[in-house]
Design a protein around this ligand. Structure first.
Ligand code: ZN
Length: 157
């Protein structure tokens, strides 16, 4: 994949070939915990969890603001690297892709979110990326317009 063919601004930021392969693909997942180390206190083997696309620490300034995709602890040093995440090759760090038999998750207590009992994991497969983007894009606006009904159409002024 080459950048710059459509968006020259992106090419200036991340280079002409930011996704030079080969590398592991996939950047969001539902997974089952298969092992934990002694630093992990909230996750147990067997838990079904949401794996977010961005790698974050949970303790830096940006993470505490809720801007985990902008985590300042994990900034790739590779050319063009601006954020750490799964599945985008060396540009985004050495995390690999989530299309894998096993994945190492740093700061698992912070990064992983347990899928509640009774929730079909397939129903929340996008929770690590698209679903949260959708919520962030819609919820604040709807909160400012309480007259908006469940159909999404505003009924007030
Ligand atoms: Zn952080």
């Amino acid at each position: 994949m080459r950048s710059g063919a459509i968006d020259t601004v992106d090419a200036d930021i991340i280079g002409k070939e930011p996704f030079a392969g080969p590398f592991g693909i996939g950047h969001e997942a539902i997974a089952q915990v298969t092992a934990v180390d002694e630093a992990v206190t909230d996750m147990r083997v067997g838990d079904i969890v949401v794996v977010p696309w961005a790698v974050s620490c949970g303790t830096c300034y940006e993470c505490k603001l809720g801007l985990t995709a902008k985590c300042s602890t994990f900034v790739p040093t590779s050319p063009g690297g601006t954020l750490s995440c799964f599945g985008f090759g060396p540009m985004s760090g050495a995390w690999g892709g989530v299309v894998s038999d096993a994945l190492r998750i740093p700061f698992a207590d912070h990064m992983l979110v347990k899928v509640p009992d009774g929730v079909d994991p397939l129903r929340v497969a996008s929770a690590g990326d698209n679903l949260t983007d959708a919520w962030r894009g819609v919820a604040p606006t709807l909160a400012q317009r309480p007259s908006t009904g469940s159909t999404g159409h505003a009924t007030g002024p």
